[in-house]
Each structure stands twice: as structure tokens, then as C-alpha cells.
Design a binder for this molecule. Structure first.
Ligand SMILES: Cc1cc2nc3c(=O)[nH]c(=O)nc-3n(C[C@H](O)[C@H](O)[C@H](O)COP(=O)(O)OP(=O)(O)OC[C@H]3O[C@@H](n4cnc5c(N)ncnc54)[C@H](O)[C@@H]3O)c2cc1C
Length: 393
């Protein structure tokens, strides 16, 4: 027997749950399915268990897409304030951590519970552990096969997310459906991910493992000034995660380990004023001791600053103010927070999130070629794009 719905949503993550709530509120008969055993796992583990659910500075410039204007419509139809109001309605307490990033005071599970409650109120039929074996279109209706069961709907929403963290349910499914319906896909890559390096830099990272500092990390004209962390696998921390979404394999990144200080100028004046001072002691004033020691060693400088040529002072300054390194890769989807690339936004209406070639077929959330910066923007994209599809499906 075929079960008929107005709207079927595949993927009960952030975007899928939001679209189900909105479509349900409009009186549509909604089925929301997921192949996972637990609903909303990515929300639950997000933000270190506190879910950075939005950012008060949400603006289209905080998103990466082949078409940077694409997110404008959805972000204005459902803003960060709309989601904040929903949180307030459910009495979930939250705080701003930094840079407009809003986190739950208690637990990310509160967001999952809130969305499930809203689904219930909107009469959404939610089914987990559903393995879809086929999807096809016939006479403007979409048919979904699940083993021996069949479902049909007029509006099908794909909300299967990106490829990061496969062990909690990420799959290629959304991209495969897009290909099946002749939609173009922008190359997908792990993003908001730690970067890895050759043996020489890796050895240094290992020696400094656990050390963090404020740094400006740049790639071409894009730069981020946030924390950077040395780890036993390479470099991480917010500034590295942010730049990883832009960096291309084979290219260099530039790191300023002391953004507030022109080190060459500072060393020049030290040489004049305190010629007998040891260079390692001077650098230790600027950077953490362990890092200062390694920088002096790598640059092969020691002794009184007066004994060092301006050329070697320039070299050592550059290694701090403009350290140029070539990542060999990233930690990949195993640890990436998101996927850049995805369904080409040229294929989708920015106003409705519906496929232009396939009326009734919608794509929302991370599966689309829209990726937010670190800081709650990816959830805001999921809420906004989910809301929009929920209005038109
Ligand atoms: C560790 C971690 C921490 C994060 N922290 C934050 C944060 O604090 N703030 C922020 O803004 N962003 C954060 N993100 C990113 C954010 O979680 C995602 O961008 C967001 O969840 C995307 O929402 P989505 O609904 O598009 O996809 P998802 O939330 O990934 O949901 C997709 C759903 O589809 C299901 N699915 C996949 N394939 C199939 C299939 N074949 N059949 C049925 N169902 C399927 C999955 O099981 C999943 O439930 C974090 C990501 C990670 C990995």
C-alpha cells in the first residue's frame, strides 16, 4: 500500500526538523524520516555539548558560496532573532560566549527537545531508522521506496546534511539524489577542520602541543584573528578552522603569531636600547616561552641582540609576523565541522529553496553550497533555509 503525504522530508537534522515544523504548522501532512537511531545527534554534540545555535552578527558576508548573494533571501525570511524568540518561548537559557556566538547555558539537548516538541505540536510524523532504497518522480509526485513500503508526496525536501562525522549519520545521499535529478554539484571538501603539515612542522607542533595564542591566519585576502592551537596532529583552534574553509590544497597560509606588534621594529629598538639582552629572553617577552625557544632554534639565533645582523632580525621577525607554511592536508571529514560545496545554488530558487528544474523538490541546510563561518552561522543557515522550504513545500 502507498502512504500519501503532502510533504516528505529526508534527514531529521537541524534543517529537516525546522522545515517539518513549518510545513506542519501550515496544515500540511508531513512525514520526516531519518536513517539514524537517534534524532538530532549533530545538534546534541555541537558547541561542545552546549550548541552554538546562532550568531547575533548573522549577515550574508559570513557565508561561503559560489553565489554569495544566495543566502540573503532565506536569512532575511527567518533571522537570528526569530530563532532567539523560539528559544525564549521554550524558556531555554542562553549566553553570548564571544563575537555574538549564542550558546545554551545548560545543554544542546534542550534544542533537540524543543524541536521535537514543536514537531509534535505541528503533527509531524517522525520515523527513524528508515533506509530509503529508491526515489523517483512520476506525474509531478515523488515516490519513496523503503524496503517493501512506498510513500508518495507532492513536495520532497532533502535535508541530509554534509559529509562530516560519518559515524553519526552523515551520508552522500543528498548529493546522489541531486545527481539523479540532474542538478549540478559544487565540489565538496571538509571545512572548519584542523590542518596537517609535513614532518618538520609536525614535529614542532608536537613539541608545542596544547599551546594556544591569538593569531591572524590568512589565505590570499581572507584572514581571521582568533585563537590558534598547536596539537599533536598539526594546527587547530578557531583561526585555523576558519581559514580551512577557504584554503586550497597546494597553497600556503600565512600566520601572524603576534598581530599587535611589529616585531622587526621592536627588535630594532631593543638592539639600540638594550644591546646586551639575550634574544631568546626578548622573544619570550612577546611569545610563550616554549614557542620563543623553538623560533630562536629554527632561525639559528642566540646570544646578545647586538651581535645579530639586521638581516637575521628581519628573518626572525618574519617567522613570527609572517610565518608562511604549506599545509599538506586537513584532518578530513572525521573531524570537520562542515562540508564546503554541495548542491549548486544556481539550481535552486533562493526565495523558496526549490529546485528550478524539478518543481516540488527542495534542498536545504548543509547539503546546499552554502557554508557558514565558525560561530553559530551554520545552524542559522539550517534554521533559515529549513523555515523557507517549510513555507513553500
Ligand atoms: C562536532 C560538530 C559541532 C558543530 N557545532 C556547531 C555549532 O556549535 N554551531 C553551528 O552553527 N554549527 C555547528 N556544527 C555544524 C552544524 O551541526 C551543521 O552545519 C548542521 O547540523 C547542518 O544541518 P543539516 O540539517 O543540514 O544537517 P545535519 O544536522 O547533519 O542533519 C542531516 C540528517 O540527515 C540524516 N541523513 C543523512 N543521510 C541520510 C539518509 N540516506 N537517509 C535518511 N537520513 C539521512 C542524518 O542522519 C542527519 O540526521 C557542528 C558540526 C559538528 C560536526
Amino acid at each position: 500500500m502507498i502512504q500519501k503525504y503532502d510533504v516528505i522530508i529526508i534527514g531529521a537534522g537541524a534543517a529537516g526538523l525546522m522545515s517539518a515544523i513549518e510545513a506542519g504548522k501550515r496544515g500540511r501532512k508531513v512525514l520526516l524520516v531519518d536513517h539514524a537511531t537517534k534524532i538530532g545527534e549533530k545538534i546534541r554534540i555541537s558547541g561542545g555539548g552546549r550548541c552554538n545555535f546562532t550568531n547575533t552578527n548573522t549577515h550574508p558576508s559570513k557565508f561561503i558560496s559560489k553565489n554569495p548573494k544566495f543566502p540573503i533571501s532565506a536569512l532575511s525570511q527567518y533571522t537570528q532573532n526569530d530563532f532567539i524568540n523560539l528559544i525564549k518561548k521554550h524558556n531555554i537559557k542562553f549566553h553570548e560566549k564571544k563575537l555574538g556566538q549564542l550558546f545554551c547555558d545548560e545543554s544542546a539537548q534542550q534544542i533537540v527537545d524543543m524541536l521535537l516538541l514543536e514537531c509534535q505540536a505541528a503533527n509531524v510524523n517522525l520515523k527513524k531508522e528508515i533506509i530509503i532504497t529508491d526515489i523517483y518522480k512520476q506525474d509531478d509526485q515523488y515516490f519513496i521506496t523503503v524496503g517493501s513500503d512506498k510513500y508518495l508526496c507532492a513536495s520532497l525536501i532533502i535535508a541530509t546534511g554534509g559529509l562530516s562525522i560519518p559515524k553519526i549519520g552523515a551520508s552522500k545521499f543528498g548529493y546522489e539524489i541531486a545527481t539523479k535529478f540532474n542538478l549540478n554539484i559544487i565540489e565538496t571538501l571538509p571545512a572548519l577542520v584542523p590542518l596537517t603539515f609535513n614532518r618538520k612542522i609536525l614535529t614542532m607542533c608536537r613539541e608545542l602541543s596544547g599551546l594556544s595564542l591569538e593569531a591572524v591566519v590568512s589565505f590570499n585576502k581572507t584572514f581571521f584573528e582568533e585563537g590558534m592551537l598547536f596539537t599533536h596532529r598539526g594546527l587547530s583552534g578557531p583561526s585555523i578552522l576558519q581559514i580551512s574553509s577557504y584554503w586550497k590544497l597546494g597553497d600556503n597560509i600565512k600566520i601572524n603569531l603576534s598581530p599587535k606588534l611589529d616585531i622587526f621594529k621592536f627588535l630594532g629598538s631593543e638592539k639600540k636600547l638594550n644591546p646586551k639582552r639575550d634574544i631568546n629572553n626578548i622573544i619570550s617577552e612577546i611569545l610563550p616561552k616554549r614557542l620563543a625557544y623553538i623560533i630562536c632554534k629554527e632561525n639559528d639565533v642566540r646570544g646578545n641582540i647586538s651581535e645579530l645582523s639586521n638581516k637575521s632580525l628581519k628573518q626572525i621577525s618574519n617567522s613570527m609576523n609572517a610565518w608562511i607554511i604549506n599545509p599538506t592536508g586537513s584532518e578530513g571529514y572525521r573531524t570537520a565541522e562542515v562540508t564546503v560545496g554541495g548542491i549548486d545554488t544556481n539550481e535552486i530558487s533562493s526565495k523558496t529553496m526549490m529546485s528550478i528544474k524539478n518543481p516540488g523538490l527542495f534542498f536545504i541546510g548543509e547539503v546546499v553550497d552554502v557554508t557558514g563561518h565558525l560561530g553559530g552561522y551554520n545552524f542559522q543557515w539550517a534554521w533559515s533555509s529549513g523555515f523557507v522550504a517549510g513555507q513553500y513545500a
